[in-house]
Design a protein around this ligand. Sequence first.
Ligand code: ARG
Length: 478
Amino acid sequence: MSNKKYNRTEQSQEDEKNTLWGGRFTEATDTFVQRFTSSISFDYRLYQHDINGSIAHAMMLNKAGILTDKEKTEILTGLETIYHDIKDGNFKWSIELEDVHMNIEAALTSRIGDLGKKLHTGRSRNDQIATDFKLFIKDQIDLVVRLITELQRSIVNLAEQEAGTIMPGFTHLQAAQPISFGHHLMAWYEMLDRDYSRLIDCKKRANFSPLGSAALAGTTYNIDREYSAELLGFEAPTRNSLDSVSDRDFAIELASAVSLIMMHLSRFSEELILWSSSQFSFIEIPDRFCTGSSIMPQKKNPDVPELVRGKSGRVFGHLTSLLTLMKSQPLAYNKDNQEDKEPVFDLLDTVKDCLLAYSNMIPAIICNREEMEAAAIKGHTTATDLADYLVIKGIPFRDAHEIVGKAVGYAIEGKKDLSSLDLNELKRFSALISEDVFDIITVKGSVNARNHTGGTAISQVLLATKAARKNLDTRENK
Ligand code: ARG
């Protein structure tokens, strides 16, 4: 949604005018306070939801017999023309009118006359802002979950393509056991799947309408809150007017769900940065997602993942801001709450950009399959497999562990890897070892031996990608 931003030149012209008029200390302070308390420079972004809220409110007032049919129609027509003017960039926001609500209401009155003043019957800006913000957040959640789904799709495609690519799996960032690269990628998919469900859950709790709670205690008019809630697509009205105008849990829940997404993206970023370094050389990130160095000609820096990793910090900061903003606030509405918008706007802009960047970058990743497999072979990563093999042949696990430890020592001494020892060499450590050991001691054998739900066997990875695709399809057809 594009919209002309609050025009700072206009604002400074106003300041100048006031200085010219008065030049007195109190005038100057008033101008400052006006600017200090106004929120129009950012809450203009809620204009569409504010107008939708007003439309529902006017329809409800008509149904309740407070507005005549003619009055309702005139108000709705006025609001629609305002909506189009704002959308087309033909609306002048005014700082004197403080916020989005009063700017729109004043425009309505100037367009349709005194009738415009009737719109505010039975409501307050306190229930209005809570309603607008919830409507905005619900719409934004729809956008974010769509972006998560797209990224999950990119991951599933790459995972399926790379199911047979072997890489080292790490613990403590030390090569631990060989795994399928597709399996590693599907771990990212799982994180995003939880992110998706957290947002859906957050939206469910945000889906109750504060409209009609008025300033804090409700209103003396015979309003129908169920009707306005229904018109706005809420499940029902909220149950307590005091809570309705002061509750910002939905914003904090959103910020925490988005923080978890950013935390996940920062983990993906860290891995991509490591994997694309010359020390790992597992992958290449195409040039269009990187930049060079102005001094070191050889450099190609993974800027996109680095920035995503960095941006996680500002989102966590917004979560902390919101929690701190609400901490210790007495009921009901306090002006503090005006501070809830900017963190939420920024964290949403940030997460949407980061998800989009990742959806574009993941399909473009180039995998150095040989390098990955070579790294998986290094470090005796199939030692556990050899121990398991001996256990199956009847040796107690502790003894098997000891035997394999000795075989690893022998391999290290000969500057070889455990998986490259031949049968005669292996037989020195246990007579029970026979030709079939190579089904498990090779990296591919090791990977495919983990053939159970959630395991890294190539066949399991392909089952997981298939199930994931089905999950995404049903989600999108809902
Ligand atoms: N701009 C205000 C906000 O964002 C709207 C509500 C103002 N209400 C009031 N009583 N001052 O919270």
